[in-house]
Design a protein around this ligand. Structure first.
Ligand code: ATP
Length: 288
């Protein structure tokens, strides 16, 4: 690092109410820079949506926040804990629902959640009650003793939500929580996220391709493209900003905002490309 480049570790301590702070976070896979000097703040208690086309760097960024990928350049802090130096402290504060299947089809719903309760060190005497609470919070109490392999796609996603919630996280991170689900199941997943958030004040960081969901459910969104945040604000602010730039009274959609910012890059080799199809199919297969 050259002497005139400030060391991100010199950044001031996170202010009160700051859940996640990424400062010049950079992550590369060989020659590919997936996350490129990303600056991002998620405030405590908000639902923050990280939006972007395939390959924008969303998953890589949130995997750095979860500590599943090492923070090799830049700084990530979760409730003030440095993700590079204090991984266990960070892990204790968060629940993570990855894109890939995290439920075991050969176990019951209750057994799946109990497994996470053990892994996340929920005290033994509290486990049964906490598992039952997490299942009830996602409306799976009645199906708790059925094998997860018999669940519908929406139920599997809600089960994965219960797995992430059993440790009572302060920060819930979800990677494409509704991909491959039908509209009713998508609404169901969001209703449960919002109910738990209202009851606990937990912070939610979510990635999604679905601009309509982000518009409806996120307090603020960051539009990510080629490893960086290109626009940030409430969905309403971003829509109104584009209307002003265009000098029109017709309110654009969040998708219009994204197309305006990402330009032709969205149409070339990103949105709807092979990775999107593969990702959707992977999810469809696992829940089919
Ligand atoms: N394990 C890996 N090895 C090599 N390159 C990778 C790997 N994971 C991601 N990449 C590359 O890093 C870039 C960012 O990928 P990432 O998965 O973070 O994007 P994303 O916005 O989450 O996309 P998607 O919506 O498809 O999940 C892409 O160019 C991708 O091909």
């Amino acid at each position: 690092m050259s002497t005139d480049t400030p060391d991100p570790r010199d950044a001031p301590d996170p202010g009160p109410g700051e859940a996640v702070a990424c400062t010049r976070l950079t992550y590369s896979f060989g020659e590919t820079t997936a996350v490129d000097a990303l600056d991002l703040t998620v405030r405590e208690g908000e639902v923050f949506g990280l939006l972007g086309p395939n390959g924008a760097g969303k998953t890589t960024a949130i995997r750095c926040v979860t500590t599943l990928l090492p923070v090799s350049a830049g700084l990530v802090r979760v409730f003030g804990h440095d993700a590079a130096k204090d991984r266990m402290a960070v892990r204790r504060l968060l629940g993570y629902v990855p894109q890939q299947l995290s439920a075991d089809s050969g176990l019951t719903g209750r057994e799946n959640v109990a497994l996470f309760a053990r892994v996340f060190d929920v005290p033994r005497r509290e486990r049964a009650a906490r598992v039952a609470e997490a299942l009830a919070a996602v409306d799976l109490a009645d199906a708790a003793d059925r094998l997860a392999g018999t669940y519908s796609g929406g139920m599997v996603r809600r089960l994965e939500l219960a797995q992430a919630l059993v440790s009572a996280p302060r920060l819930l991170i979800l990677d494409e929580p509704t991909i491959g689900l039908d509209p009713i199941a998508r609404t169901g997943v969001w209703d449960h996220i919002n109910a738990v958030r209202a009851a606990t004040g937990m912070t939610v960081l979510v990635t999604t391709h679905y601009m309509d969901e982000a518009d409806q459910y996120c307090d603020r969104v960051g539009l990510m493209h080629r490893g960086r945040i290109r626009a940030l604000g409430t969905p309403g602010e971003l829509r109104r900003g584009l209307a002003e730039r265009r000098g029109t009274d017709t309110e654009p959609t969040l998708e219009d905002v994204f197309r305006d910012i990402a330009g032709s890059g969205l149409d070339d080799n990103t949105a709807g490309g092979f990775r999107d199809v593969r990702s959707t199919r992977r999810t469809a297969r696992r829940v089919g």
